[in-house]
Design a protein around this ligand. Structure first.
Ligand SMILES: [Zn+2]
Length: 244
């Protein structure tokens, strides 16, 4: 055990499309903003391409209002990058852009997409964020702001990112559940009528399912970074010498 007092942690969620961060992580964000931590919600694209009747540039304006409202409900700030839905590139320019955001906001914890996704923008986001976290902590990468080391990375559950995903952590979100549902309702595509996928039903049912498995009324599930579950112990928990 250490006696060093750590500075208050903050959380950053990085989603590929507006609404991804909200679906997969708004409950976790609410949990931590309620506890006094800062939150930044980054949208790599506005997800503006998917509307059946609105032109992308018109829908993009609606998406901006939706992510602003969601961020307000979550008690965090929303940031979106100027990339096009479906065309998210993977290169050093965008990785350094995210590195700069990490150095600017200094999150202790980042939540983003797992790489096993059926959507190319989600896979791209995973790769961009992984390298951006590395660059943010690397002194050799000279940018405007000093290095920042992110302490923990989690991959929240997202119906499109389930290839090889597993639930390592069940987080009790019972006390923020109603607010999570309000965040979901602030997006037209989640409420229904745009996509054939039943987002609202899926994510609200998931909270109950994960709650059953986690032993809470409502829960959200997160995957740890590969290797993060490794423990370095001298004795197994509960079997330490002198343990009653
Ligand atoms: Zn998406």
């Amino acid at each position: 055990m250490t006696n060093v007092v750590q500075p208050a942690g903050s959380i950053m969620v990085i989603g590929a499309h507006a609404g991804d961060a909200e679906n997969m992580a708004a409950a976790a964000v609410l949990k931590h903003t309620r506890a006094g931590h800062a939150a930044t919600i980054v949208h790599m694209t506005l997800g503006e391409a998917g509307h059946p009747t609105l032109a992308p540039e018109v829908y993009a304006e609606q998406r901006k209002r939706e992510v602003e409202e969601s961020a307000r409900l979550m008690g965090g700030q929303a940031i979106w990058l100027p990339y096009r839905d479906g065309e998210l590139p993977v290169n050093d320019e965008i990785k350094l852009q995210v590195c700069d955001l990490i150095r600017q906001e200094k999150p202790s914890t980042i939540l983003t997409h797992w790489r096993g996704s059926i959507h190319k923008d989600h896979v791209a986001t995973h790769e961009i964020v992984r390298d951006a976290i590395f660059y943010a902590a690397l002194p050799a990468i000279q940018r405007e702001r000093p290095v920042h080391r992110v302490r923990s990375v989690y991959f929240p559950e997202n119906w499109e990112d389930m290839d090889g995903w597993r639930a390592d952590v069940y987080l009790d979100v019972s006390d923020v559940w109603e607010d999570y549902v309000s965040v979901l309702r602030s997006h037209e595509f989640i409420r229904g009528g745009i996509s054939s996928f039943r987002y609202f039903d899926y994510y609200t049912a998931l909270g109950t399912t994960r709650g059953c498995l986690g032993g809470f009324e409502k829960a959200t599930a997160l995957m740890l970074q590969p290797g993060a579950w490794v423990r370095k112990l001298r004795h197994l928990p509960g079997l330490e010498p002198g343990h009653a």
